[in-house]
Design a protein around this ligand. Structure first.
Ligand code: PGA
Length: 264
């Protein structure tokens, strides 16, 4: 796992955005795996700015989001389709027909999950997958106890996740308890994975993911199996790692090596 520890959330967003910008410059027809939540918002703002300045184009991009609430259609303000449209897609030159969010309003959600998997394969697989992490170590809506090789499926949300997300729903509004989410196996199939975490409330989940055992108890620990994963953390999210100085030292050595090879 490549672990990059930066001073604050702004630096994390900047670093994460640059990884996506580099990917798009290298391969304009990239397949992007995207995420919702508070963490990616500043990264998306940087991508919007890069699109406006002409640094990158999304015209040839295909995207797949990690998850969606089951029972909400895309016009619902708390749906992840609505979030993606308003936070990113409406502001960039992407063809919305090439953006995919699991259909929360599917008549047959089980069949819709299989179709989502097929669409990812048909697009050529995900080149770069963005992830946040839940306080309980979830990635997408893969809650603790999720199978480490799971595929896109219907998942029941934990009480902790429902409580964490309650802030987005008004008290008289229906808050779904079910979701459709890419599986952990689906995420591990992405060619590159970028996980962003900021704030002290993510420190335990980050410690369990990086230094804990590979375990369904912490779904993000499955990333230990991935060959090309980068965790971009602020100091607070990294604060419970056992040897922060060692991780920073590794990253410096990586950078030196890349510079020497002309790949920085
Ligand atoms: P957050 O959510 O970015 O809003 O903290 C992350 C997640 O639950 O995956």
């Amino acid at each position: 796992m490549q672990i990059v520890i930066l001073q604050d959330s702004a630096a994390v967003a900047e670093y994460g955005a640059n990884l996506f910008i580099q990917q798009l410059q290298k391969k304009p027809a990239s397949v992007l795996g995207l995420a919702t939540g508070s963490t990616p918002v500043s990264l998306y703002q940087r991508l919007i700015a890069a699109n406006r300045s002409g640094e990158v184009s999304f015209k040839q991009v295909t995207s797949f989001n990690l998850d969606e609430y089951l029972g909400l259609d895309g016009s619902h303000k708390q749906s992840y389709r609505y979030f993606m449209n308003s936070q990113l897609f409406d502001a960039i030159d992407i063809d919305k027909a090439n953006t995919h969010v699991p259909p929360g309003d599917a008549d047959d959600p089980i069949e819709a999950c299989d179709r989502y998997e097929q669409q990812i394969v048909k697009a050529g697989g995900i080149d770069i997958q963005l992830l946040g992490i839940g306080r309980n170590g979830h990635i997408g809506f893969n809650e603790p106890s999720s199978g480490l090789m799971s595929r896109t499926r219907v998942k029941t949300l934990t009480k902790a996740t429902i409580e964490d997300n309650a802030r987005f729903f008004s008290s008289d509004e229906y808050q779904p308890h079910l979701s459709i989410t890419m599986g952990i196996g689906t995420i591990l199939d992405a060619k590159k994975v970028v996980l962003l975490a900021t704030g002290e409330n993510k420190a335990d989940a980050i410690k369990a993911s990086v230094e804990g055992a590979l375990s369904a108890a912490c779904p993000a620990s499955a990333l230990q199996l991935h060959r090309n994963v980068i965790l971009v953390l602020d100091e607070a999210a990294a604060s419970k790692l056992s040897d922060i100085e060692f991780y920073k030292h590794i990253e410096l050595e990586n950078q030196k090596l890349m510079q020497r090879l002309g790949k920085a």
